[in-house]
Structure formats: structure tokens, C-alpha cells
Design a protein around this ligand. Sequence first.
Ligand code: AN7
Length: 337
Amino acid sequence: MSFGLIERYRDRLPFAPEDPVVSLGEGSTPLVHAPALSERVEADVWLKYEGLNPTGSFKDRGMTCAVSAAVREGAEAVICASTGNTSASAAAYAARAGLRCAVLVPEGKIATGKLAQALMHGARVIVIRGNFDQALTLVRELVERHPIALVNSVNRFRLEGQKTAAFEIVEELDELDALCIPVGNAGNITAYWKGFNEVGRRPRMFGFQAAGAAPLVAGAPVQHPETVASAIRIGNPARWEEAMDAMTSSHGAVRAVSDAQILDAYRFLAAREGIFCEPASAASVAGLLAHGAGGAQRIVCVLTGHGLKDPGTALDQVAAVVPCEPELAAVERAVLA
Ligand code: AN7
């Protein structure tokens, strides 16, 4: 019997024992030591493997709380704008709760696995001819007019759930100097900082954005964000101020990484550490490799989503398969070549 994170951390979450809980057994993800990466950066690095949540991303931590709260409030439907993972998670938890779910996603810019998840879980998938920022503006206006619960990370229950990843890390590591994390809509870095503060810890927070979608680095919204890391193709983060506060008050930083650096880190993690994450997740490691973490010795990189989410980008990155006749001599040549 595995427990979800509301049960595990109820004393630190805004849920009473009698409240309804919608859970898929999220959280309690592995913190995996990364020897090859540690050697490259001459520090001790661990990977918080959030791709092992039920729908394959960290969003499930926030969604168990957001959907449980929506049920408690009597909601019948939930909605979100999404670059993909939020839609997959919202769809799954809504299905579990018996709620209707609608998701707005940017046309042509969501990874195949995420789209398949949202559709399989029965969400109404609305494809916006625009980007994530436009979709988020639209859903925020829509929920002003209709009684539908908004489950983007502007919903405070999302951050409550996601802060539990920080609790799990400090339970495993007595000392932690820095956290490296990809930043898109800036909810997750805000949630980690909240979680660390609640347990009296203050690691330096290093946020990494894709160079083509780096409003926090530029100090201004980006009108037309572009990056291979579609999950973080976001030009105007909702949690802008909180994220900047997390980085400045922890003596961290926000930096950009190029798509080439992201893809290098993505392949390195798969080929050398045996860990397959999605491109956006690799931004945390790309950032550590490119910019360091202020001389920190004990570092956690958050791998936010599973590599299986985005088979298209993976297959674009790797060597071709080896065709072979079904004969021993041919197989021998193919294997030993
Ligand atoms: C794999 O699904 O915004 O900075 O709509 O899917 O909290 O936004 C996804 C974000 C990092 C960035 N890694 O987190 C969405 C969405 C992955 C992600 C982020 C996302 P935030």
C-alpha cells in the first residue's frame, strides 16, 4: 500500500483528516546520486527524479492538492492552460475524481506523450493557435465567468503540493548547498523555496531557463518564446516575483541555457547516468554544467519530467537503428560491428 503525499505530509498541508483526497500515489520519488555528473562538475550531485510520479512529472504533487481542494469546494470541472505536463496531470486526477476537465494547449508545441495522456484520460483538449502565455490569459478570464476550478500553479494548492519535494530532499540529505531547477511558469521553484523555508533550510536556488524563453534572465516578458524544451516555452511566468525572490534571497541566480546545451545534458543523462528525462528537465543539469552552482559542493538537480513524454525529440537526437536479416551471420556482424 503506497500513500500519496497528502497523507504523508498532512500536518504541513491545508487538508484536514476528513477532507476528500484524490491521489494516485504521487511523491516519494527517488533521489539518485549521479557519479558521472558529479565527476564532471567536481561536486556531489543528486538527481530528484520527478519523472517517476504517476503521470510522469512533478505536476502530480500539485495536482493531488489542487484537485482534492476542488472536490472539497464542490467543483464539477477543472481547467488549465498547459505546455503539456499540467494537462496530462490535470486530466488524470480529474478522471480519478470524476470531474470534467478541459485543457488549453499551444498548437503543435506539445510533446506526443503528454497529448496522448490528456486525451486518454478524457480531457477536452483545446488547441490554441497561439502560445502558452496566451492560453493562460484566456483560462484566467474564463474562470472569472464560469464556476470552473483553475488548476494552473496560480492556484495556491498547487504550490502546497509541490513544496513536498523539498521535504523529501531534506529527509535524505543532511546537507544541501544548492538546488538547480528548470524554470518555466516559475511555480515549481517558488514551491521548493517555500518547502525549504518551512523546514528551516536555505540552499542556494539556481533557476535555468531556455535561452529562447528566458524572460527572468532578460528582465522582461518574451513575446515569442522558442525552445526545443517545449515544456518551458513560456514568455511571461505567472510566479515571476516569487521566483526572483527565491533566487535573490537564497543567493542563487537565474541563467539561460541554449537548446544545444539542453540537448547535450539530455543525452548525457540518458547515456551516462541511465536516466531518461525530458528536454526541459535537462535544463537543470545543462545549467549546472554551463554556469556552475556558485561553488556549491552538495547539489540537487530536479529532473521534472520523464523522457518517455517526448519520444519525438529523443529519436531526433540519437543514432539510427541497425537493420538486419534474420540470420546468425548477419546478426553477428550487426552486433559486433
Ligand atoms: C518538465 O505543463 O508549465 O516553472 O503547463 O513540464 O513550475 O512552470 C510545465 C512546466 C519544468 C517548469 N519541467 O515548471 C505546463 C508547464 C517540466 C515542465 C517545467 C515544466 P514551472
